[in-house]
Design a protein around this ligand. Sequence first.
Ligand code: CP
Ligand code: NVA
Length: 306
Amino acid sequence: MTRHFLSLSDAGADGVAAILVDALDRKAARAGLPKGAPDADAPLAGHTLAMVFEKSSTRTRVSFDMAIRQLGGSALVLDAATTQLGRGETVADTARILSGYCDAIMLRTDDHTKLLEMAAHASVPVVNGLTDRSHPCQIMADLLTLLEAGKALPGLKVAWLGDGNNVLASIVEAAGLMKFDVVAACPQGFQPEEQAIVAASGRARVVADPREAVAGADVVMTDTWISMGQDEAATKLAALAPYQVTPALMAAAKADAVFLHCLPAHRGEEVAAAVIDGPQSLIWPEAANRLHAQKSILRWCFGQIG
Ligand code: CP
Ligand code: NVA
């Protein structure tokens, strides 16, 4: 059966754990090699990944391109505007066409149902490169970064501050699978969808007070207040202002708490510059780990691990 990575639940707890172990192992094994050099075993030699972008990307685009190269394969970057997708060719037909040329498809889209449609009609693995509803590849890199920081996942307390968005939905899903807790502080009107919280099997809750979320937290996370495709609404910015991750809020978390942000960031909005550029911030290893996590996600899709 074709393995799609549309959500963390597609891999399940065992698959997520296997991907993380593989990523740690492979990262260590290629230490010191130039970034464009393939891994010694080149496990996806000859494989081509088609990446389809309906939204902008820096990290996802470059890290997937380098990931498939390091695994011995190659990538094609496509966007809606310059393909027939932009002229109304269906996602289903595009899925069938790309499956005839390529070995896997990564899709970044504004509408999660398009991802499901791509997977339903592709005969090769489909990977979620971000939708309006979730961003599971980002969270795999985040979990990898936490493990490298010496934070074993079970029992961790993760505080989320700000918008109840797609990235929060995926960290909540990870909490349910990997047995850690998420307390999300979100203002009224910008809380996560109920189904995202239910998916965490009792390991996530939403509060109004940012101080309640960060109290005793091992990890503090946030993301942009205005996601791609959303209007820059003054009312939303005003409602979220008290949820900025400030040095004072970081000080209310555990002394060894770390800060994560998927990027791109807006210093002075969702996070103070002193926090994101401060000693507790792991944003640069977090971003770099997109590459290592995605190599192992691709290997999982091809049944090489898990
Ligand atoms: N974090 C993330 O997905 O970044 P890009 O939008 O640059 O891919
Ligand atoms: N929530 C953000 C994440 C960007 C990587 C967005 O969807 O725009």
